[in-house]
Ligand binder design. Structure first.
Ligand SMILES: [Mn+2]
Length: 306
């Protein structure tokens, strides 16, 4: 199996990694544009074009942090449904927990198993997406890319959704009636007052939680390479502001995050956006943990990059 890297950095031993990246190239229930499986790796391939220096925080995260890209999760026996979920759960639950865990999809169907492994107790979920993903089944399948948030609510988590603009009618009814869901539609977020409500909501999170980013939550002008594109969506800067606000909250215990639903894009701008988002998350997380003040013993120190 090909070994993948974040940028061109050598992979740190798993037990020493501050940032643990797991490709999860699931592509089984895709209903429109194909490519979600391959995208888990193309994000890492294009990450070679990301500079080490992170301009928002003003540091090189990988000078201070060790990164490990794990082998992609590809069970040999072509598991589906709950069997795939359980195998992925076992795989992720066995990984060390004291790190920034980032899974790269793959389709959104991977999220329930990842959350179950990283967040076994009830917590908060921050969900960026074009779609509400609250169906109990889609095309007869309870473990489809259209159902992950339904499962997360079933596990007892509180969900805050943003960027949403595509609803099955039953999903809209559930959002209106379920106190465990707060949904910020993309168009509503154009209003400063609603945007501030979202910022306040994120600032009120405390304790364990998880961030799930479906790349179709962004404007498809920025990220055309997704499985099920929708007009509208979050701008790049809105997305960054949301993620920065989350990592700036000192009361949270972020257990992990995922970036899912990418597909092929001939211009590679979608993969690049995902790779850059990964870098920004790494930077904001590192800052929140005080890494800029720690010794320069990160992955970058072992390469000659001039
Ligand atoms: Mn979606």
């Amino acid at each position: 199996m090909t070994e993948y890297h974040y940028t061109n950095l050598p992979n740190a031993p798993v037990a020493e990694a501050d940032v643990l990246i797991l490709p999860v190239p699931l592509e089984q229930t895709v209903s429109y544009k194909p490519g979600a499986g391959r995208a888990a790796y193309s994000v890492l391939e294009v990450s070679d074009q990301v500079e080490y220096y992170e301009d928002d925080v003003g540091w090189c995260p990988t000078k201070h942090m060790k990164v490990c890209v794990l082998p992609g999760f590809e069970p040999e026996d072509q598991l589906t449904g709950i069997d795939y979920q359980n195998r992925l759960y076992d795989h992720v639950a066995a990984l060390p927990g004291d790190n920034l865990f980032i899974a790269i999809g793959g389709e959104h169907a991977v999220t329930p198993a990842l959350v179950r492994a990283r967040l076994p107790e009830p917590g908060w979920i921050l969900h960026l997406d074009a779609h509400a993903d609250l169906r109990a089944k889609f095309h007869g399948d309870p473990w489809s890319h259209a159902t992950p948030i339904h499962h997360l609510l079933g596990y007892g988590h509180r969900v805050v959704q943003c960027g949403i603009r595509s609803f099955f009618e039953g999903e809209a009814v559930r959002i209106a009636n379920d106190p465990m869901i707060t949904c910020y539609r993309d168009r509503e977020l154009q209003k400063p007052k609603v945007w501030q409500q979202l910022m306040d909501d994120i600032a009120s999170f405390s304790g364990p939680g998880y961030l799930t980013i479906d790349m179709d939550g962004f404007d498809p002008a920025l990220v055309p390479g997704v499985g099920t594109p929708q007009p509208g969506g979050l701008s790049w800067f809105q997305g960054l502001d949301i993620i920065e606000a989350l990592f700036a909250n000192p009361n949270i215990d972020l257990r992990g995050m995922d970036i899912v639903e990418l597909a092929h894009d001939v211009h590679h701008v979608s993969e690049m956006t995902a790779a850059k988002l990964l870098q920004k998350a790494m930077s904001f997380w590192g800052r929140s943990k005080g890494y800029p003040n720690r010794p320069e013993t990160g992955s970058q120190m072992s390469v000659d990059y001039d």
